[in-house]
Design a protein around this ligand. Structure first.
Ligand code: SAM
Length: 427
């Protein structure tokens, strides 16, 4: 599918007429429009609301508003009923033209992986090309953290600034590939800034089943003048088909004051009903922090935390399942997949040596992983529990019968043994 803005339609018309950009603006000037009047429609999908601007543009395009809306790929406002009552005729016109060719999936000759482990393979190249090597319905979870088109610096040959509609077109193309390779019931997670995810969500909702729009609360820049300070990323979570084939509930600790150990939110009389394994994770994640410190960073560009990827992969897959990440970056998805015993497929257009290095030296990731598991699936991590007991505050131990306490100890030991087993296989 192509995404067009009003600016694109005007630019296409200029190309048809053989106008240069300057000539195009000169013609618009005759309609009393400035360059900025048109540029305002370069970075958004909306139609001008200002009559003067809209009419000027329509005059240059030599079309009606209805035609412009059709060109933008929409059913014109107010014509929905007519459109729906005439779908037979419309379909006939489209089918007669038969311009839409059946797209064929042609697997390309296999590219050699840049790096392989017992669990996964990393390929160096453009994801759109590499996707062609992946069989349909063969992946359990896709996680994608693409460049955000913010003109950020990446490796040579990797651009992070293309046109608004060019970015969306590119996005829709690789999203189609993600949808194709997912198994029925497989999960797709897409991490981006909210602005892009609004468009992607609309596109994805036609192909997959919406589960959650997860808000990852994180300050990621400087305040912008005349705007709200951007402090969240959006993580879209979709599944192929009716319901996910795997959904493992994730639990997090109760939020407490780091100094006194008191709970930050009042849970009132419900404390004895709280699950000792922690609070059920919501769709607002406030406990994920940016990887900034040089001791934990694997490269100078963007990198996501082990905690975020552990959560996504643990939630949507089981041991032995296949995880695919088309934008490898520093390799967080692959490092976590290895630690969790998941198979993985990775692509990266830029430098793959950093990823290879990271996967061959897992000590740092193992330590980060251990830290994540110190808090995971516990109402109070051990240190917090100690602090609370010292300050005579309740803990889940107060509400357990002796049998329950023994059960919890057994469970804790079992999950520790599992974890040690995973860790051992990495040494
Ligand atoms: C935001 S970073 C991913 C960071 C990663 N999630 C991590 O935790 O390290 C996006 C990555 O996508 C890569 N990239 C950009 N365009 C690509 C393409 N067409 N195919 C494959 N990789 C691409 C960039 O080189 C960059 O490393």
């Amino acid at each position: 599918m192509r995404f067009f803005t009003v600016f694109d339609i005007v630019k296409n018309k200029a190309d048809q007429l053989g106008h240069t950009e300057d000539e195009m603006y000169a013609f618009l000037k005759k309609e009393k429009l400035n360059k900025k009047d048109l540029l305002a429609y370069q970075e958004s999908g909306i139609i001008p609301t200002d009559e003067k601007v809209l009419n000027g543009i329509l005059n240059y395009l030599d079309m009606s508003r209805v035609e412009l809306e059709l060109k933008l790929g929409r059913i014109p406002e107010g014509f929905e009923d007519i459109f729906l009552n005439n779908t037979k005729e419309i379909a006939k016109i489209l089918e007669e033209r038969n311009s839409v060719q059946e797209e064929e999936h042609n697997p390309i000759p296999a590219t050699q992986p840049y790096y392989s482990s017992d669990l996964g393979k990393l390929y160096n190249g453009d994801c759109l090309e590499l996707f062609k090597q992946v069989s349909s319905e063969s992946v359990d979870t896709v996680f994608a953290d693409p460049p955000f088109n913010l003109d950020k610096e990446y490796d040579e040959g990797v651009t992070d600034k293309i046109s608004f509609s060019g970015y969306l077109d590119w996005y829709y193309n690789w999203i189609d590939e993600c949808v194709r390779v997912l198994k029925p019931g497989g999960s797709l997670f897409i991490y981006n800034i909210p602005k892009w995810n609004t468009y992607l969500s609309e596109y994805l909702s036609r192909k997959l089943n919406f589960r959650n729009w997860i808000t990852v609360d994180m300050k990621f820049g400087l305040p912008i003048q005349n705007r709200l300070y951007p402090a969240n990323y959006s993580l879209l979570y979709y599944v192929k088909g009716e319901k996910p084939k795997t959904f493992n509930v994730q639990r997090i600790p109760l939020q407490t004051c780091p100094h006194c150990g008191k709970e930050i939110k009042d849970y009132g009389g419900y404390k004895n009903k709280m699950n000792p394994n922690g609070v059920t994770l919501s769709d607002v994640w406030s406990d994920i922090y940016p990887v900034r410190h040089s001791s934990s960073k694997n490269r100078k560009f963007n990198e996501l935390s082990v905690k975020l990827l552990d959560r996504i992969i643990s939630m949507s897959t089981n041991e032995g399942d296949v995880v695919l990440d088309p934008f490898g970056g520093s390799g967080t998805t692959f490092a976590v997949s290895e630690l969790l015993g998941r198979k993985w497929i990775g692509f990266e257009l830029g430098n793959c040596e950093i990823i290879k290095d990271r996967l061959e030296n897992k000590e740092k990731d193992r330590k980060l992983f251990e830290k994540v598991y110190e808090e995971k699936n516990k109402l109070f991590p051990d240190k917090v529990k100690e602090l609370r007991k010292k300050n005579s505050l309740w803990t889940d131990d107060d509400f357990k019968t002796d049998t329950e306490k023994k059960e919890t100890e057994k469970d804790t030991k079992k999950s520790k043994d599992n974890f040690d087993q995973i860790s051992l296989s990495l040494k």
